[in-house]
Design a protein around this ligand. Structure first.
Ligand code: PLP
Length: 375
């Protein structure tokens, strides 16, 4: 057996090294500097928005976006139940209550029909809805054609958790540009990385300036350290922004590699009854490729394949455990259809990293083919 194949390892090399060394030598070793400014401009341009503020994580960006939209204690914020915990945690930081909504069975993204139902229910009870925060799960954009008019109709701000979807688009419009604000993550496992970091995006300059202010300890622009409200230390390091600039210059190449891998998986499973790709959409960045296995048709379960791949030192993961099943959110309201629980039971995320070599790819595909031959 050979080396371990990881789900989504960082894809960094000499270019990234050169950018980081240059930033270090420039003397801008701080959470401010020319690389931060340039990175903000470049990511904003890529996502098709006017303004951006670089932050220390995607979670920090979501927290600031919620604060800027006025989310606060006693309010409800509608989020998908099928997501990474950071989406719901950011809501909890503001004191608002996350309300979990189930997903579309094909894409795993928040179900707009259930969102409409939830807004109507909460309104009827006299609750204030701070925001609706869809997630572009695994890089496939949520259904904005339905969600935007819905939020407009009820006057509820939409915040796009685009942590996973930089480089994707929806009907030609880039991910991160939907709603009052969008938030990208540059965590180590995302489509591109700064090791840790994020970017808050908006066309609304006042919203971005508000978030920039909150991210720098709410320091007033005077020399004597004046503060009129509680702030946060959420800025991105100039060294990490330099790393991000190198990554951004390679984003299209990295997306192409992930797409090729997804295409290869699609081919392997094309003739297998009961196996489908989750949310495979031509405009997605293909961050993670997941399959959904119906055991009554396939004759095997997602966990059987996971075990077989693990035996060959190949990492896989279940699809996210829904938030309404998490002990920490046990008391939260949830509007459910059963779709997210089914995806949790039947889904499996396969190695998807752009750093995987042709040899790695063959090893994965051969191991899957061997499994399918036996089952
Ligand atoms: C990664 C992720 C986040 C959090 O981003 P960090 O940069 O790790 O804080 C938020 N939401 C979703 C859907 C994510 O996948």
């Amino acid at each position: 057996m050979t080396g371990r194949i990881l789900l989504s390892a960082p894809d960094v090399g000499e270019l990234e090294e050169a950018y980081v060394v240059e930033a270090l030598r420039s003397g801008w070793v701080a959470p401010a500097g020319p690389a931060v400014d340039a990175f903000e401009r470049e990511v904003a341009a890529r996502a098709g928005v006017a303004h951006a503020v670089a932050v220390s994580s995607g979670t920090a960006g979501l927290h600031l976006a919620l604060l800027a939209c006025g989310a606060s204690a006693g309010q409800a914020v509608i989020v998908p139940t099928l997501t990474f915990a950071a989406t719901a945690n950011a809501v909890a930081y503001t004191g608002a209550d996350p309300v979990f909504v189930d997903c579309d069975p094909q894409t795993g993204n928040i179900d707009p029909v259930l969102v409409a139902q939830t807004i109507a229910e909460l309104r009827a009870e006299g609750r204030t809805i701070g925001a609706v925060m869809p997630v572009d799960l695994f890089g496939t954009c949520a259904d904005y054609n339905e969600l935007i008019p819905l939020c407009d109709q009820f006057g509820v701000p939409l915040i796009e958790d685009a942590a996973e979807s930089l480089g994707s688009s929806y009907r030609g419009r880039p991910a991160g540009s939907f709603g009052a604000a969008g938030v990208i993550s540059f965590n180590g496992n995302k489509i591109m990385t700064t090791s840790g970091g994020g970017m808050l995006l908006s066309d609304n300059r006042a919203l971005i300036e508000r978030c920039r202010h909150l991210s720098t300890q709410a320091r007033q622009p005077v020399p004597h350290y004046q503060h009129e409200e509680i702030g946060y230390n959420y800025r991105l390091s100039n060294l990490l922004a330099a790393l991000g600039r190198a990554q951004l210059s390679r984003l299209d190449e990295m997306i192409a590699r992930r797409r090729a891998l997804r295409d290869a998986y699609a081919k392997v499973f094309a003739s297998v009854d009961g196996v489908e790709l989750l949310g495979a959409d031509d405009e997605a960045n293909c961050w993670l490729t997941s399959i959904v296995v119906d055991p009554s048709r396939a004759g095997w379960q997602a966990s059987d394949l996971a075990q077989h791949l693990a035996g060959q030192n190949i990492e896989t993961r279940p699809v996210f455990k829904p938030m309404h099943l998490q002990p920490v959110f046990a008391g939260a309201r949830a509007v459910l259809s059963g779709a997210s629980e089914r995806l949790f039971e039947q889904g499996l995320t396969l190695p998807s990293g752009s750093v995987l070599t042709e040899h790695d790819r063959q090893r994965i595909l051969e191991t899957i083919t061997e499994f399918l031959g036996r089952n």
